[in-house]
Design a protein around this ligand. Structure first.
Ligand SMILES: [Zn+2]
Length: 119
C-alpha cells in the first residue's frame, strides 16, 4: 500500500534511516544519515545494493513503522551504508516477530517520533 520510514539502531547508539516498501513488504537496504536525506532519495528504486567492503556485519535493531510498527534483529554495514538482513522480514523472521520480537526501551522511546507516508 505505501512506503514508510524506518531506522536502524547500532550498538554504539548510531541511528541511520531507511525506507520500508509496504507494497512488497520488503526493507530497502540503503541507509541514510537522517530523515532529510531519506526524503531526498524517497522511492529510489529496486536496484538493491549489498555490503561490498568485506568488513564484519554489525548487529543492529531494524525498526519500521508500517502498520503497527515492527522491530527485528538484523545486520548492517555503516561503511557501505546498507542493511544486510533481514530485507524480507516477513519471510525470514516472521516467527521471531510473532513471538514477541526484540523491542528495547531505547527503540520504543525513539519510536515516538514515528513518521508515516501515504505515498
Ligand atoms: Zn560493507
Amino acid at each position: 500500500m505505501s512506503h514508510s520510514s524506518g531506522r536502524v539502531y547500532f550498538k554504539d547508539g548510531k541511528v541511520l534511516w531507511f525506507e520500508y516498501n509496504g507494497t512488497c513488504d520488503v526493507i530497502m537496504p540503503w541507509l541514510y544519515k537522517d530523515d532529510r536525506e531519506l526524503d531526498a532519495h524517497w522511492r529510489r528504486g529496486d536496484d538493491f545494493p549489498s555490503c561490498s567492503c568485506g568488513g564484519p556485519p554489525e548487529e543492529v535493531i531494524v525498526e519500521w513503522h508500517y502498520a503497527n510498527g515492527h522491530y527485528v534483529p538484523g545486520h548492517a554495514c555503516r561503511k557501505c551504508m546498507v542493511i544486510i538482513d533481514p530485507l524480507d522480514p516477513w519471510d525470514t523472521h516472521y516467527d521471531d516477530m510473532k513471538d514477541g520480537y526484540y523491542k528495547p526501551d531505547e527503540v520504543r522511546i525513539r519510536g515516538n517520533n514515528e513518521k508515516q507516508k501515504s505515498n
